[in-house]
Design a protein around this ligand. Structure first.
Ligand code: GDP
Ligand code: MG
Length: 439
């Protein structure tokens, strides 16, 4: 695995007191592999490496105590510079119109809604327009999302085929809606084709948008460059939105596209939920590419939600073997408030390895809900003293929680075992995994 390999390289470098030119080239070789494996386009990677090398050679790195870290820093800085100044600003001067384009499944419809929600939170009054006349369900999809966020949406008449007519009608409709910014969701194709480009050009000419955002799946490979160039040449994009950065993809496509189009990466999509969306952060991409995990993101995200004092208290109780079902409930709620666990774990370094160890579906929120239901059906006394849980109490809990008795038994058994195992160690994550995997 590449991330492991890089880990090794940097460990090697860190171990050495001083760094030689050869060490630098070795590290750069690995960074080059990292870039390519992250799907950064070949020539972009080559050029990038040349920059990093230049920087590395020119600095005082050679006398540094931790040369490996220096190179990582240079690498991060270079990425930040390449993607530099990319901030999530949009030109929303009146008439503010945003055209959302991209391939099929890239996340255009989702992004349109996410953007609308974000703008709404900023105090603007967004409107959505469904211009995907190709996929039958696309219009409903946008309408449903719009409803969720309570944003007015224009949907074309059934059977409508002319996208420019839709745009014209939508602009008429918009006049009656008291909106301040209109977002047009468009159709995609599996790959760039002339028909798609022709349609987008006509739409683009008609709408004359302030912003044309190209939505790209972070997992897009080497073809990212071609996709970006084609869309940019056809409609002149003003920015890029990387989606699915919550997944495994290292997102090298961002680097390629930024590099060849010169257009900023403005936003990042980080989940299917409509609030999982925000400004793109170059440093995090650097770490992803290096396989170091998004520590900053993790810390920020977790810090916002975790009650630190509470967490310490639980860890302490666990270490003392006093951990009971009340603590368990607190823990579970904290975990749930963190959102999809997998998204969170994805931010951790070495997640690739970890993920393999977790049984599929173990972190399923539904199972968490079931566990919670069982624990909630216990009395407070039972929760603090699980020894009380005799068969008749267990039957009552099963009936109360609506979960089968075997599930209740299993949860209690696993809890007891886990508690034994964990006392003195305080491994919260492992514990949750064990509990979740047990049902
Ligand atoms: P479109 O064909 O470009 O309009 O793509 P959609 O908006 O319909 O999205 C395709 C799929 O990707 C849907 O299942 C979305 O929920 C999902 N999706 C979109 N953005 C993200 C994201 O940032 N993260 C994740 N995990 N899924 C996403
Ligand atoms: Mg769509």
């Amino acid at each position: 695995f590449l991330a492991d390999k890089l880990d090794n390289t940097f460990r090697k470098l860190r171990g050495l007191g001083k760094i030689s030119e050869k060490n630098i080239s070795d590290a750069l070789k690995d960074i080059r592999v990292a870039l390519l494996e992250a799907d950064v386009e070949f020539s972009v990677a080559r050029e990038f490496i040349a920059h990093v090398k230049e920087q590395a050679m020119g600095t005082e790195v050679l006398k540094s105590i931790k040369p490996g870290e220096q190179i990582v820093k240079i690498f991060r800085d270079e990425i930040a510079e390449l993607l530099g100044g990319d901030v999530a600003t949009l030109d929303l001067t009146d008439p503010a119109r945003i055209l959302v384009v991209g391939l099929n499944g890239a996340g255009k419809t989702t992004t349109s809604a996410k953007l609308a929600l974000r703008l709404k939170k900023e105090g603007r009054r967004p409107l959505l327009v469904a211009c995907d006349l190709i996929r039958p369900a696309a219009i409903d999809q946008l309408a449903t999302l719009a409803k969720q966020i309570d944003v007015p949406v224009f949907t074309p008449a059934p059977g409508e085929k002319d996208v420019v007519r839709v745009a014209r009608e939508a602009l008429q409709w918009a006049k009656t809606q008291d909106g301040t910014v209109i977002i047009f969701d468009t159709a995609g194709r599996q790959e760039v084709d002339e028909e798609l480009i022709g349609e987008l050009k006509r739409l683009n000419d008609y709408i004359d948008p302030r912003e044309t955002l190209l939505v790209v799946d972070a997992a897009t490979g080497q073809q990212a460059v071609q996709v970006a160039c084609t869309f940019n040449n056809a409609v002149g994009i003003t920015g890029i939105v990387m989606t699915k950065l919550d997944g495994d993809a290292r997102g090298g496509a961002a680097l390629s596209m930024r590099s060849v189009t010169g257009k900023p990466i403005k936003f990042a999509g980080e989940g299917e939920k409509l609030d999982q969306f925000g400004p793109f952060v170059p440093d995090r991409l650097a770490d992803r590419i290096l396989g170091m995990g998004d520590i900053v993101g993790l810390v920020e995200h977790a810090a916002a939600r975790i009650d630190e004092e509470q967490a310490m208290k639980s860890a302490q109780r666990m270490a003392e073997g006093k951990f009971d079902f009340n603590d368990f409930l607190d823990q579970m709620r904290m975990m749930q408030s963190l959102g999809p666990l997998e998204g969170l774990l994805g931010l951790l370094p070495g997640f690739g390895k970890l993920k393999k160890q977790i049984p599929a579906g173990a972190l399923d929120p539904k199972r968490m809900k079931h566990m919670e239901a069982i624990v909630l059906s216990m009395t407070k006394k039972e929760r603090s003293n699980p020894m009380l849980l005799n068969p008749s109490r267990r039957r009552r809990i099963s009936a109360g929680s609506g979960r089968p008795i075997f599930e209740v038994n299993k949860l209690i058994k696993n809890f007891t075992e886990m508690k034994k195992m964990m006392s003195g160690k305080g491994k919260m994550g492992a514990m949750m995994k064990q509990m979740a995997g047990s049902m």
